[in-house]
Design a protein around this ligand. Structure first.
Ligand code: NAD
Ligand code: WQD
Length: 340
């Protein structure tokens, strides 16, 4: 029998790529999204690429009545919970909105899931919970904390809340997936990352420089103790990440408990490595300026991704050139994102 998955925030960047993988793997997909940071066009394109339909409900995960209706109407086996606000900088300016959305929506979802007796959950956490891993490959045993913004704090709080929910009722199966830096797009160039306004993250910013929307990249500091002085991160292709969710879902069905699992490549690249790889992908040199460090940034953050391999049988397949090639393909075909 086909399993049905409720995907919250499924119209967003990671959600849309995951919906595509779920449909291709044979799951039925129901999406709830309030479209506050996305466009329905992403899901139209997911259905066109796969040739398979999904059900879309426009609504807010904080709306418990709506969730109850969804759980009554569909026979849902598990939930992948992407919905939430994700900008580090914005969260410092709007902490109330961030805590309200991220905490309130997850609590509401868990209450409705409990009522419907659906207790399999894949949760979008973040490498941000590690704070500063101090130049070492972060494994899941690393201490968490030392976070300097409400967005990251909300993710750590939610990991704790979900752990408490599991402790109160060990019928729950929960995967806390700690993503490192998702980048790239589906190889079709039809779906990808569509940030609102000026991108905060490196790869979408570089893409916009490459397509002529921004004059140059500001490199936030070249005096870190890294090989070239710029910040080092673990960039992971969004399609690898999406496949990691499918692997986590399969694992959940036979493994009760709650586990935090890193989804990264285990390889760190500097800002200048990314810039140069992108230059290769787009075939032109890209202007940049070295500016002050960005407040809250750490020098190095990359994963030890061995647990995902051991538990989920998953490991990243795409390399940096693939990530840049696919990000560029999406950007050049959709210079204004889903808007045109
Ligand atoms: P995104 O903004 O593209 O997707 C989130 C989706 O949730 C959007 O479509 C938005 O409209 C929707 N949404 C927000 N609040 C909602 C609510 N209350 N009810 C219904 N829908 C709502 O973000 P993304 O990059 O796809 O990230 C997905 C998840 O992964 C988020 O929880 C994010 O914190 C987490 N994450 C992202 C990154 C990253 O760098 N992109 C890294 C680590 C973790
Ligand atoms: C990467 C590197 C910057 C932009 C953030 C969140 C994290 C997670 C992923 C959600 C850093 C440098 C960036 C620019 C630059 N999201 N940079 N110029 O900060 O590693 O992680 O997104 O959970 O929680 O904190 O990603 O892409 O912003 O930065 O020089 O214009 O690029 O300093 O070294 P980050 P990023």
């Amino acid at each position: 029998m086909t399993s049905s998955i409720l995907v919250t925030g499924g119209a967003g960047y990671i959600g849309s790529h995951t919906c595509l993988c779920l449909l291709e793997t044979g799951y039925s997909v129901i999406v709830i999204d309030n479209l506050s940071n996305s466009s329905i066009e992403s899901l139209n394109r997911v259905q066109n690429i796969t040739g398979k339909p999904l059900d879309f409900i426009q609504g807010d995960v904080r709306d418990e009545t709506l969730l109850n209706e969804i759980f009554k109407k569909y026979s849902i086996d598990a939930v992948i919970h992407f919905a939430g606000l994700k900008s580090v900088g914005e969260s410092i300016v709007k902490p109330i909105e961030y805590y309200d959305n991220n905490l309130h929506n997850t609590l509401t979802l868990c209450r409705a899931m409990t009522r419907a007796r659906i207790k399999k959950l894949v949760f979008s956490s973040s490498a941000t919970v590690y704070g500063d891993p101090k130049g070492k490959a972060a494994n899941e045993q690393f201490p968490v904390g030392g976070i300097t913004n409400p967005y990251g704090t909300s993710k750590l709080m939610l990991e704790q809340i979900l752990t408490d929910i599991y402790r109160s009722d060990n019928e729950w199966n929960i995967a806390l997936l700690r993503y490192f830096n998702p980048v790239g797009a589906h190889a079709s160039g039809l779906i990808g990352e569509d940030p609102n306004g000026i991108p905060n993250n490196l790869m979408p910013y570089i893409s916009q420089v490459a397509v002529g929307l921004r004059p140059y990249l500001s490199v936030y500091g070249n005096d870190y103790s890294t090989p070239d002085g710029t910040g080092v991160r673990d960039y992971i292709h969004v399609m690898d990440l999406a496949k990691g969710h499918v692997a986590a879902l399969k694992w959940l069905t036979t493994n009760p408990g709650i586990r935090a699992i890193n989804l990264g490549t285990g390889v760190g690249y500097s800002v200048l490595d990314i810039l140069h790889a992108f230059e290769k992908a787009c075939g032109k040199s890209l202007p940049y300026k070295i500016v002050e460090r960005r407040a809250g940034d750490v020098a190095i953050c990359y994963s030890d991704s061995s647990l995902a391999k051991e538990l989920l049988g998953w490991q990243a397949q795409y390399n940096l050139d693939d990530m840049c090639k696919d990000a560029w393909h999406w950007q050049v075909n959709n210079p204004k994102g889903y808007k045109g």
